[in-house]
Design a protein around this ligand. Structure first.
Ligand SMILES: [Zn+2]
Length: 340
């Protein structure tokens, strides 16, 4: 079967490999249909010295596939059904896993496509308990964005930031994969959205998604806009994933008692926090990583209801490495998906 394998830093190759064996006890076999790219693919491809893994390794953390075989002891799955497989090998035994909060698993065996073989191969066996059924009527390329992108936003905005209708939310890097989804989710809830991006073109496109106020952070200050829009009060929620470059300004943009939720640090992992501001203004900072199984199915239900992810491009598998370069250079609006 064809597979896109990582052989070394910045060295991914499309190769033939042994087909997957029949699914074992508790597993289903998926014929992979589409893989969505994420920043974690860029980190893995660039090389991370601390990541424990053995190469070559198939890349791709987020995908959709069609069930082609059902292993012994598996109930609730049939051949022909589509599935969005979870992006990490969680233990299934710890309390968090038993409660479906797999992103808090205490014994994760690895992130797919980063520590262990991912989904950019024609067939992949996955544990049935780590796959979520995809409703009919959702395009493959859209469904490929469910297991990480849609679910991460669900988890950030609703479980962690507890965003309420009518609130004002500042969405950093609103042109990114998760940023575009966050704009749609917040608007669907009835929130006022302020969104930032690094170019005027992206700002215009964010308006097209429903963002009420946009700012090009390379030429304007989002903190000023946040204050102006809220009558100096500050926003209720900040959606962060940019990190060092925006951290201080994001905290400054919050209202008294405001909430900041973050799931990323693409511009750098260390930033200064004004502790006096943190406690006097009673801010709440919540870290968010991945999503629960319920977040994945909730995201898919929203897709089935008509909320599609924003796709920058749908490309063939052999364009994956070029797409990683584009994602790395941020010349992307929304998601890049490759089809198998
Ligand atoms: Zn666990």
């Amino acid at each position: 079967m064809r597979a896109l394998r990582l052989f070394g830093d910045r060295d991914a190759r499309l190769v033939d490999m042994e087909p997957s064996p029949p699914p074992a006890e508790g597993e289903i076999q998926l014929r992979m249909l589409a893989v969505a790219l994420n920043h974690i693919d860029v980190w893995g491809w660039r090389g991370m010295a601390f990541a424990k893994r053995s190469l070559p390794m198939t890349i791709g953390a987020e995908a959709v596939g069609e069930v082609v075989a059902v292993g012994p002891g598996v109930e609730g799955w049939r051949v022909g059904q589509r599935a969005a497989p979870y992006g990490a090998l969680t233990c299934g035994r710890c309390r968090a896993c038993r409660e479906g909060r797999d992103n808090l698993c205490e014994d994760v065996a690895g992130v797919l496509g980063f520590h262990v073989d991912g989904f950019a191969q024609e067939f992949r066996n996955v544990q049935a308990r780590l796959a979520v059924p995809v409703p009919d009527g959702i395009a493959d390329a859209d469904a490929a964005c469910a297991a990480i992108t849609f679910s991460t936003v669900e988890h950030m905005l609703f479980d962690n930031a507890k965003l309420e209708p009518g609130e004002t939310v500042l969405i950093q890097a609103g042109g990114s994969g998760i940023g575009t989804v966050a704009i749609k989710q917040a608007k669907a809830l009835g929130c006022t959205v302020i969104a930032t991006a690094g170019s005027d073109e992206k700002c215009e496109r964010m308006r097209g998604l429903g963002a009420d106020h946009v700012v090009n952070y390379s030429t304007g200050r989002f903190e000023s806009l946040a204050r102006r829009v809220t009558g100096k009060r500050g926003v209720d929620v900040v959606f962060e994933h940019v990190g060092a470059a925006t951290w201080a300004g994001s905290l400054l943009s919050l209202r008294m008692g405001g909430r900041l939720v973050t799931c990323g640090s693409t511009s750098g992992v260390s930033a200064e926090t004004n502790l006096m501001m943190l406690f006097q203004r009673q801010l709440r900072i919540v870290g968010s990583f991945g999503a629960s199984m319920r977040n994945v199915s909730d995201g898919l239900a929203k897709m089935a209801g008509g909320m599609a992810p924003v796709l920058d491009a749908v490309l063939p598998l052999d364009a994956f490495e070029d797409a990683l370069r584009r994602l790395e250079s941020r010349r992307v609006f929304g998601k890049i998906v490759v089809t198998l």
